[in-house]
Ligand binder design. Structure first.
Ligand code: HEC
Ligand code: HEC
Ligand code: HEC
Ligand code: HEC
Ligand code: HEC
Length: 373
């Protein structure tokens, strides 16, 4: 009897010990060793020294990043911007080095850790938590309602702008999407109202509550658990994000209630079509979009697509009216933050709806506006 009691106690002790070791290990997972952080960073876009974002100016003479681009495209430029190099704060005074990636010291220095706001191209400054202020300083885009001509009432919005070229909201402007009308990154129509910051839900309300600041991927609340699955039960991993919807509104009226990603895609397709109709009928020069700079090209044969021959810089679209310009801007705004559907899907939808309505006020295009979020 005593022998059994001894064995059972021993087994129990072994169980307790394994449990304790497991617990301690899982706790120490939370405090990341620097080697692990470095490995994550090395695998991230911020460390990619060969990326277009850090080499675009390599062929220039001299090969430097001009001050207007240096804040976001050169780590050295960002240190200049925040004043860590001893120069004035919130302005880039000098051109900066190419191939200067977003390394550890760009985010971890005295000046950047004190950031509490970010300034957007609209000129609006928004108070944010320090991590989001850091990310938003670079992921804010380069355009706003004010970049587009014709917002004032006394302009003929269907008259071609002489020597016009497409105004691009730029790239990866997650903060502008996320903050919506607070930052005014999209082209907002005077008579309409727009949603501001997407508040989402507790625990996913800042850049770094979702993004690991080093790998840039989504954080995992527990090992091998997707951040989103805790609330969106249809999510197992990244491949399911596009299927998330909450309201269940068929925004693009295709008869299916799909993930907000696909609803946006559907509405964007309609904007694309009404732009083509407007360009052909009102301007008399067909237009088409492809994912190649400068994005909008002349559709000379009016077949609704941009062929290989039409897809070259000398065939770039130039006959913009203010009406076409602002709707094209919003089309591009809905594309160039590829995660716009997560960052603030309703803002994107509002911009697309209003752009369709704008063009359909002068050309024939049936569309159901009652679903505008
Ligand atoms: C507010 C920050 C910001 C400013 C200012 C800025 N950019 Fe960018 N730019 C970005 C970000 C962020 C990306 C990253 C897009 C990506 O994910 O590849 C980018 C991407 C690019 C790309 C790559 C596009 C592609 O398709 O990969 C080019 C080229 C570029 N920028 C040119 C410029 C030029 C030229 C200027 C100055 C006139 C400039 N940028 C100013 C933030 C900025
Ligand atoms: C794009 C900006 C950025 C870069 C680049 C960056 N960090 Fe961080 N790092 C952050 C932010 C933001 C936090 C705070 C995270 C939080 O509040 O949860 C952080 C947190 C940390 C921490 C605290 C531990 C933790 O996990 O919270 C350490 C240590 C660290 N970084 C080291 C590094 C090292 C080493 C590098 C370079 C290999 C680096 N960081 C590059 C933004 C950055
Ligand atoms: C100094 C400017 C700067 C800061 C600060 C910055 N980024 Fe970036 N970020 C960039 C540039 C430039 C790129 C594009 C790099 C490339 O193409 O390799 C980029 C790329 C990214 C990407 C990948 C985009 C893609 O196309 O795959 C993510 C995600 C990202 N950043 C998130 C963040 C987050 C989150 C923060 C804050 C913790 C942050 N960034 C802070 C400039 C910045
Ligand atoms: C609700 C969580 C969430 C929040 C909050 C969030 N993001 Fe994202 N973000 C995502 C998801 C999901 C993706 C797509 C992930 C992927 O492609 O790997 C993404 C993608 C991105 C990209 C890459 C887009 C591309 O070019 O492919 C950038 C850059 C980015 N986010 C920056 C930010 C910044 C800056 C903030 C804060 C202003 C922010 N995000 C806030 C979830 C979030
Ligand atoms: C803490 C719970 C929670 C987490 C975690 C969470 N979400 Fe959400 N999500 C919500 C709620 C609540 C809404 C509705 C918010 C609203 O409409 O104001 C929502 C809305 C959305 C929407 C808009 C859907 C629509 O139909 O308008 C998308 C897309 C989305 N979430 C994606 C994600 C992704 C991707 C992640 C992970 C990176 C994530 N969410 C993490 C709770 C959460």
């Amino acid at each position: 009897m005593n022998k059994y009691f001894f064995l059972i106690t021993l087994l129990l002790l072994v169980f307790l010990l394994t449990g304790w070791i497991y617990y301690v290990n899982s706790q120490s997972d939370q405090i990341e060793p620097v080697e692990k952080i470095s490995a994550k960073w090395w695998g991230s876009a911020h460390a990619d020294i060969e990326a277009e974002a850090f080499t675009h100016w390599s062929e220039d003479e001299p090969a430097i990043v001009p001050p207007t681009c240096a804040k976001c495209h050169s780590g050295q430029g960002f240190l200049d911007y925040v004043g860590q190099d001893g120069s004035a704060e919130f302005v880039v005074d000098e051109p900066a080095m190419i191939e200067s990636v977003i390394s550890c010291e760009i985010c971890h220095n005295q000046q950047t850790t004190q950031l509490t706001s970010a300034v957007f191209p609209s000129g609006i400054e928004i108070d944010l938590d320090p991590n989001s202020a850091l990310c938003a300083s670079c992921h804010s885009g380069m355009g706003s309602s004010d970049s587009i001509p014709g917002r004032s009432e006394d302009v003929d919005v269907d008259e071609v702008i002489p020597e016009g070229s497409f105004i691009n909201p730029h790239y990866a402007f997650a903060a502008a999407t996320w903050l919506g009308s607070d930052a005014q990154g999209g082209y907002e129509y005077n008579q309409k109202t727009y949603v501001g910051k997407f508040e989402h839900a507790v625990g996913v309300q800042t850049c770094t509550q979702c993004h690991d600041p080093h790998s840039l991927h989504m954080n995992q609340p527990y090992t091998n658990t997707d951040l989103c699955s805790t609330c969106h039960s249809n999510v197992v991993d990244y491949s399911d994000y596009r299927d998330v919807y909450v309201d269940g509104v068929d925004y693009d009226t295709d008869g299916y209630t799909e993930g907000i990603y696909y609803e946006i895609e559907g509405v964007r397709g309609q904007l694309n079509r009404v732009m083509q109709i407007y360009a052909a009928e009102i301007i008399g020069q067909g237009i088409g979009w492809v994912d190649q700079y400068p994005y909008l090209f002349k559709d000379n044969d009016l077949d609704g697509t941009i062929s290989e021959e039409e897809r070259n810089f000398s065939n770039a679209y130039t006959q913009f009216t203010p009406r076409l310009m602002r709707t094209a801007y919003n089309l591009q705004f809905s594309i160039k933050d590829p995660a716009g559907y997560v960052h603030n899907g309703k803002y994107i939808l509002q911009l697309l709806f209003d752009s369709i309505e704008d063009l359909a006020s002068v050309v024939e295009f049936p569309f159901d506006y009652s679903q505008r979020p």
